[in-house]
Design a protein around this ligand. Structure first.
Ligand SMILES: [Cu+2]
Length: 560
């Protein structure tokens, strides 16, 4: 029904916009991996009249497009663990590597030639030095996501440092004040650089021996996806990102950079997983083949108390620490289990993306931690820390933000299809790319995502909030469902930590310190920011394409 109506819209309003706007036709580059071509999509979709031959208004980008022989570049190797003591130095180069994914070999980027980048393992309170060398084709920086470190090392180009040009270096001093799992990535064209492999984890271990429950294994899982077809990756946009409406969903799922991740454990093992979502836009809903999951911690702390969960919803840039008991021998799948939407048929359907496999052997694990696993801990240390903020929970809202978007010169058939779609149901979270062609054709030059302060009317980088160290700031964020294309946004605050107090007025009963949290469509989220760290800091949507379509602001924190 929806497709039928959409087809009528498109037939009646747009047949030649591509030619009118000077768009190249994707047929020009048929068979050329460096040319624009229609991205693959995961449900059958007939060609759209008026859009069938269209390509984005930005040019295509791939790594080293002029390379004659990609075998001249070194093959990437799996991530290595780098244990660092206070004061130690790590040299880290961002460079071009060769990867083979799903049987296709092509050029990507890597830190120290690894996928993901080195896993930096430190004890809480350590301060280490990382010397970044830029050996890729474009400027870059490293942002140390979630760390409350010195502002000048936060890695935001033109705010905390100049971009590191190709051939140049920058020395970071990285400080780890909080236990947990963190990650590093560029803050320049993340939609390209991060998608091409520039990401890695930092595991901050606790000095207290019983900080976590005893487990048999600790496993770091980085969740990602990449958009590719039989010719290799679909090119990225050169001067601005494509996929600015919904972000670039991949069609090949990657765990630790691999499309066929496997883990072998002995029967009865308890495994503590440290999950990080580094995808450009995809929110995952992770299950472990029905094995019981206990949620322990998130971005910047443990929860007040542990809980059983059916699955883990993890938005871009979020982290979760969970424990899983593998009691039954056999093979089970780590899945992304979602309700996908097909906008062309206007319906939901259950959908599973396999992320990896856990093989549980018949041999019983040497030491069983099943008994400790079955107990849900209350974390008195976290609870006490959060209790000291409880007197601020009911304070008046200090500032508000509305999340919205504006369009500029977007092709008429896309706008009209979106107008029609806007009258339909908008899901709180978009689990899949329900309109892959319209999304691909929307560049960040045509779509402007907006943070708006309703008290001043100012938007994005003009908002200019000012705080002092010691402030406890309540922000009310409203994700406007009445826009032409509402979408969930993972909201990231640099250099500080915050609590999600409530969603739509319903108080959060089990708190955890966050640096990134998802704001579903139509939802009002109240957060409480603990302002502890002076400097110029960003807050922004962590969908890479939304960030580069403007959805960011900065705030100033001064010493009192
Ligand atoms: Cu966003």
């Amino acid at each position: 029904m929806f497709f039928y109506l959409l087809g009528i819209f498109l037939l009646t309003c747009a047949p030649t916009w591509a030619q009118d706007q000077g768009h190249a036709l994707h047929g020009d580059g048929a068979g050329d991996p460096k040319a624009w071509r229609m991205p693959p999509h995961d449900f059958p979709m007939p060609p759209l009249p008026g859009l069938a031959d269209a390509v984005p208004i930005v040019g295509p980008f791939l790594v080293k497009m002029d390379a004659m022989d990609i075998t001249a570049f070194p093959e990437a190797s799996p991530s290595e663990i780098v244990e660092m003591a206070d004061g130690e130095i790590l040299v880290m180069n961002a460079s071009i590597v060769r990867r083979t994914i799903n049987g296709k070999t092509f050029l990507m980027y890597g830190y120290n030639g690894q996928y993901p980048g080195p896993l930096i393992k430190v004890e809480r309170g350590a301060r280490v030095i990382v010397e970044l060398k830029n050996e890729i084709e474009m400027p870059t920086t490293v942002h140390w996501h979630g760390l409350r470190l010195d502002n000048r090392f936060d890695g935001v180009p033109d705010l905390t440092q100049p971009p590191v040009l190709p051939g140049e270096s920058f020395t970071y001093e990285v400080y780890f004040p909080d236990t947990g799992i963190y990650w590093y990535h560029p803050h320049v064209r993340e939609d390209i650089q991060q998608d091409l492999g520039l990401y890695g984890n930092m595991l901050v271990t606790p000095p207290e021996p019983d900080y976590y429950s005893p487990v048999n294994r600790e496993v770091v899982l980085i969740l990602d996806d990449i958009l590719m077809d039989d010719l290799g990756p679909i090119p990225w946009g050169d001067r601005a990102p494509t996929h600015a409406l919904m972000g670039r969903f991949g069609n090949v799922m990657l765990v630790n950079g691999e499309s066929d991740y496997e883990l072998a454990v002995e029967r009865g093992s308890v495994v503590r997983f440290y999950l990080t979502n580094v995808a450009n836009t995809r929110t995952f809903n992770v299950v472990f083949g029905g094995a019981p999951i206990k949620i322990v911690a998130s971005d910047v702390s443990k929860y007040e108390r542990e809980e059983w969960v059916e699955s883990i919803v993890i938005a871009p840039a979020e982290r979760y620490v969970v424990e899983v008991l593998f009691d039954d021998p056999g093979e089970l799948a780590i899945d992304n289990s979602i309700q996908a939407i097909d906008d062309f048929m206007g319906r939901f359907h259950p959908h599973v993306d396999k992320l990896g496999t856990v093989r549980v052997s018949d041999t019983a694990v040497g030491e069983s931690y099943a008994e400790a696993f079955r107990k849900l801990r209350a974390n008195a240390d976290v609870h006490e820390d959060i209790e000291s903020f409880r007197r601020y929970f009911e304070k008046p809202v200090d500032h508000s933000l509305e999340l919205t978007l504006e369009l500029e010169n977007l092709p008429l058939p896309i706008v009209q299809a979106m107008q029609f779609e806007a009258g339909l149901y908008a899901p709180p979270i978009e689990w899949n790319d329900a309109m892959p062609v319209m999304n691909w054709l929307s560049s960040a030059e045509q779509v402007h995502w907006i943070l708006r302060d309703p008290d001043t009317g100012k938007t994005n980088m003009d908002i200019g909030w000012k705080f002092q160290v010691g402030d406890v700031v309540k922000i009310r964020i409203f994700n406007d469902p009445e826009t032409i294309h509402p979408m969930n946004h993972p909201f990231h605050v640099h250099g500080q930590r915050y609590l999600v107090l409530s969603l739509d007025g319903v108080p959060n009963e089990n708190l955890v310190w966050k640096d990134t949290a998802i704001v579903p469509v139509g939802t009002t989220m109240d957060i409480l920011i603990d302002i502890t760290n002076p400097g110029e800091w960003m807050m922004h949507c962590h969908i890479a394409e939304h960030l580069h379509a403007g959805m960011m602001t900065s705030f100033t924190v001064t010493e009192p």
